[in-house]
Design a protein around this ligand. Structure first.
Ligand SMILES: C[S@@+](CC[C@H](N)C(=O)[O-])C[C@H]1O[C@@H](n2cnc3c(N)ncnc32)[C@H](O)[C@@H]1O
Length: 246
């Protein structure tokens, strides 16, 4: 086993929720800044690209899981407009408070409501939404198949699930460059800029390496009952957008 993958070995299904929660509480205050610096601004492009893949119409509804500071929720609100609704759900209060502030500052609180809850137990009835999305979040949940089944459950028949997540770069050169960046540069820059003491910026590359690659994740979506599962690689497969329907 790669010796770099040590921190994550100390995270077990029993403590993952708590350990990941501590990391996001520590990172919350500077999360948006760090995201922009560490992705060199690319996360804005990835998020806009992903949301534009969905055929969202005015008046529709969406739930954005692991919403954090609500970037995806804001993009969805721009599409469902004032007659639609978006739920931004996150388990971490500090992250969600920042999301809620962003929503209010942008005067989108009549469209977006923030819900503090676990993405593995979504507190909404079956067939509630036209879309369920998750961006850079499903990697952090303890039971990924359960979260996917929940996404499938809460969307209406004909509804869409979209997962935007780090994935496996498609070429050896890209993989090598990305390894150097994410294992060496990212933890130093992230820890320096955030003043973090929880190793969140070491956890990040490790958790990305452990996350299922494109085809494996597509199979997981199919197992959760989603039809027409498919994906689009972005930036050489550093990130992939998976979609499926009910
Ligand atoms: C990397 S952030 C992504 C935030 C946002 N979606 C974005 O793209 O910027 C991951 C978020 O997932 C949340 N999270 C982790 N596990 C969760 C769970 N089981 N249920 C709900 N949210 C969770 C964290 O609190 C954190 O806000």
């Amino acid at each position: 086993m790669n010796s770099e993958l040590q921190l994550i070995d100390s995270i077990t299904p029993d403590n993952k929720k708590e350990v990941v929660g501590r990391m996001f509480t520590s990172a919350a205050r500077r999360y948006d800044l760090l995201n922009t610096v560490l992705s060199m601004g690319l996360h804005h492009y990835w998020k806009r690209y992903a949301v534009n893949l969905l055929p969202v119409k005015e008046g529709e509804s969406a739930i954005d899981l692991c919403a954090g500071t609500a970037d995806i929720s804001v993009l969805l609100a721009g599409k469902v407009r004032s007659s639609g609704r978006v739920v931004a759900l996150d388990l971490n209060e500090e992250m969600l408070l920042l999301g809620d502030k962003k929503v209010r500052d942008m005067k989108l609180d009549s469209i977006i409501s923030c819900t503090l809850a676990n993405a593995e137990e979504i507190p909404y009835p079956d067939n509630s939404f036209d879309y369920a999305t998750v961006a850079f979040g499903i990697r952090n949940v303890t039971d990924i198949p359960k979260c996917l089944r929940e996404m499938h459950r809460v969307i209406k028949p004909g509804g869409h699930v979209l997962c935007l997540e780090f994935s496996k770069p498609t070429t050896a050169v890209m993989r090598a460059l990305y390894d150097i960046y994410s294992f060496y540069l990212m933890p130093s820059i992230g820890t320096w800029l955030s003043g973090d003491t929880t190793n969140v910026y070491r956890y990040l590359p490790e958790s990305i390496r452990r996350f299922p690659a494109q085809e494996e994740f597509k199979a997981m979506m199919e197992e959760a009952g989603l039809k027409d599962a498919h994906y689009t690689n972005l930036t050489g497969g550093i990130v992939a957008v998976h979609q499926g329907e009910k």
